[in-house]
Design a binder for this molecule. Structure first.
Ligand code: JCF
Length: 674
């Protein structure tokens, strides 16, 4: 039992703290079950740090209160560079020091807890509560796999209280909400609430299913060991004891160093796997921390520098729909202006009709609006207590508010679309043009949204090709268009003619074709004709050869490029624009590389060309005649002499099913999937 427990704890540490799994899940599960059986038979010998205690336990009636031996502090907040400079000034004054080094770390947006280890064994966990007393969440915290049940190493202190933050990663939050949704249960507004809701479960088996994480950031009570010299060394020490410590930290010099750290974290904030609401600075030397001491409930030696809040409350004054460049109809909440994520927000997306119903957002509701990074603001949820009696439900229009065409929604698609198309619907026309000229597409500098709107409304342009027919005369008929500005627009259009195939493909605004797919297509086909040819042949099956192009994307490309109006536009544009064309080289990479196939007879579902395309997509070659070099002959109904020859030469013969199996094994994209 002791051996199994120690082994399992070692694997848990490797997996959850080091992120480096050491055994297959199945082996782990087998050992785990064996330990559970032994413990059931020998309850007197169950170890205090047994990994089986991590699955949670039967519900408890209530949480007990815990009095913290060393109070859990809060931090003073800084919101501006001046606040940080004043903090540094006060610290230097307090220490009579020229310059001070600060340990800088992330301020995780979770819940503060305190973990108690006696002789290296985890014995208690408590929430922060009011800082003096919290709640006993020991059984719940046991389920957090990255928290060690026994500290590592020989020199463990007699008593150690570790302070840190429990949180939920963004990906786990998204998965949890998807599960809640499927189960018809309430979704959480953000990862912080999800973490809090998961930790404060009287039934710890629920906590066990939620994948909470933990990062340590400090120490409370300590006996039987000396603290290191600095905060940075303290965190290293906690890491060496087997506790999770974030490595997103730095020691920086003075106010300039702190502001530099703040800016660098701010840039990476959206890409971090968890949410943070700021950064924390602490005078790095613990001796300095002792000298500086505390004011009321917060330390003088530390400061939290907050990022602008990403969520705020405001009122929904109306819900309209917007028509995107692909005709997508998006419900948009019109909001009472609110400052969130560093800007004033008046509109927030509700994504689609299903989302409005699911979140049950009504006109008149008070809602949580979220603006994270540069992502468009969205409505997260409404506040039930503040719903007025006259709150009105949103009604999805049946006709496009811009062109009046019917709004259609395909089965299985969340998005409703205007059926007018860009030729009919000026919203789509404008959206398509704005996308075409945008910086990452054809890049026409200084041709703004308002100008495009005006030109479409006045009928000066209809398509992207019309842009290149603009002249001084046509432009000067527009409002706010001085001769100089008109010249600038013409010069920018001229300059934009030198482009790349990838930019051109992206600029077309084909549904599901973003920048990276456009690049992959340009790279694979090398020239426009090869792409057009692939798109027009067998429903675009050849497009599947391009990495990352699946059946849905291939269908969008084929539909777009074979539409007569789009084809004409492409022809007009290629006459205006210039890019370097390359050869279309078929590369023989993939699991069937080096294998030669011969097709004969009629296959039950695949045309000969489609079968050949699939084989080539997996790197194989298709040849017309059977020889000793042939790897496989694929034979269908009415196969003739090629089949006979293959039988004579003893070459492997496949039917369509066997071919499909071979392709599936080769990981080739199959058009019958999805
Ligand atoms: O990550 C945090 N939310 C965090 C909170 C980090 C810290 O270093 C803290 C804290 C709260 C109090 N330090 C103290 C003293």
């Amino acid at each position: 039992m002791a051996w199994l427990g120690a082994e399992l704890n070692r694997h848990i540490y490797a997996y959850h703290v080091l992120d480096a799994p050491t055994i297959p899940d199945a082996d782990y599960d087998r050992m785990f079950r064996e330990l559970q059986q032994l413990e059931a038979a020998h309850p007197e010998a169950v170890s205090q740090d047994t990994p089986t205690s991590r699955v949670g336990a039967a519900p408890i009636p209530e949480f007990k209160q815990v009095t913290h031996t060393v109070p859990m502090l809060s931090l003073n907040n800084a919101f501006s560079p001046e606040d940080v400079e004043n903090f540094d000034k006060a610290v230097r004054k307090g220490l009579a020091a020229e310059q001070v080094d600060y340990a800088s770390e992330l301020k995780f947006d979770g819940l503060a807890i305190s973990l108690r280890y006696e002789d290296g064994v985890f014995v208690q966990a408590a929430t922060r509560g009011d800082g003096a007393t919290g709640e006993d969440v020991t059984v719940n915290i046991r389920t957090v796999r990255s928290i060690p049940l026994r500290l590592r190493g020989d020199a463990v202190p007699r008593l150690l209280e570790v302070r840190g933050e429990v949180l939920m990663f963004k990906a786990d939050f998204a998965k949890l909400n998807a599960r809640q949704r499927d189960a018809g249960q309430k979704e959480f507004a953000n990862p912080r609430n999800a973490a809090a809701g998961s930790l404060r479960q009287l039934d710890s088996r629920i906590t066990a299913a939620r994948n909470l994480r933990f990062f340590s950031y400090g120490v409370g009570a300590l006996e039987g060991a000396d603290l290191p010299e600095s905060h940075a060394a303290l965190l290293d020490w906690l890491g060496a004891l087997g506790l999770p410590v974030s490595n997103e930290r730095a020691v920086v010099a003075g106010a300039a160093g702190m502001l530099g750290y703040y800016a660098s974290v701010g840039k990476r904030r959206a890409g971090l796997p968890y949410e943070i609401d700021g950064v924390v600075y602490k005078a790095n030397r613990l001796e300095y921390q002792r000298q500086l001491g505390f004011v009321s409930r917060a330390p003088r030696f530390a400061m939290a520098h907050k990022f602008p809040a990403e969520e705020a409350l405001t009122e929904v004054q109306g819900i309209d729909v917007q028509v995107g460049r692909t005709g997508a109809i998006t419900p948009v909440a019109r909001l009472a202006p609110v400052f969130v994520g560093g800007v004033t927000v008046e509109n927030a997306t509700l994504h689609n009709e299903g989302e409005v119903r699911r979140k049950d957002i009504r006109i008149g509701d008070t809602v949580i609006v979220r603006r994270a990074g540069d992502v468009i603001p969205e409505v997260v949820s409404f506040v039930p207590e503040r719903r007025p009696a006259n709150a009105r439900e949103f009604v999805m229009p049946t006709a496009c508010p811009v062109c009046g065409s019917p709004i259609v929604r395909l089965e299985d698609e969340a998005i409703a679309r205007c059926s007018g198309g860009w030729t009919h619907c000026s919203a789509q026309k404008k959206g398509g043009l704005m996308h075409f000229v945008s910086r990452r597409a054809i890049d026409v500098e200084g041709l703004g949204d308002q100008l495009i709107e005006q030109m479409v409304d006045k009928g000066v342009i209809h398509t992207a090709a019309d842009l290149y027919a603009l002249d001084q005369d046509k432009l000067s008929s527009l409002d706010r268009m001085a001769a100089k500005s008109a010249q600038n627009v013409i010069a920018a259009l001229e300059k934009s003619k030198d482009t790349t195939l990838a930019r051109f493909i992206y600029a077309l605004g084909i549904r599901n074709v973003g920048e990276s797919t456009a690049k992959a297509l340009a790279q694979y086909f090398g020239n426009l004709d090869a792409l057009l040819h692939a798109a027009s042949w067998e429903g675009g099956i050849q497009l599947l050869e391009v990495a990352d192009v699946g059946p849905i994307v291939a269908r969008s490309i084929a539909d777009f490029l074979t539409d007569p109006q789009n084809a004409e536009l492409v022809a007009q544009l290629r006459a205006q624009l210039r890019w370097k064309e390359g050869a279309h080289v078929m590369k023989a990479v993939g699991a069937l590389a080096g294998k030669t196939f011969v097709l004969t007879g009629t296959l039950p579902t695949l045309s000969r060309d489609a079968a050949a395309a699939l084989i080539e997509a997996a790197g194989g070659k298709v040849s017309g005649s059977v020889s000793k070099k042939t790897s496989y002959v694929v034979a269908g109904e009415d196969a003739g002499s090629k089949l006979t020859k293959a039988q004579e030469l003893g070459i492997a013969i496949l039917d369509e099913t066997a071919l499909q199996e071979l392709l599936a094994g080769a990981g080739a994209a199959s058009p019958t999937e999805e």
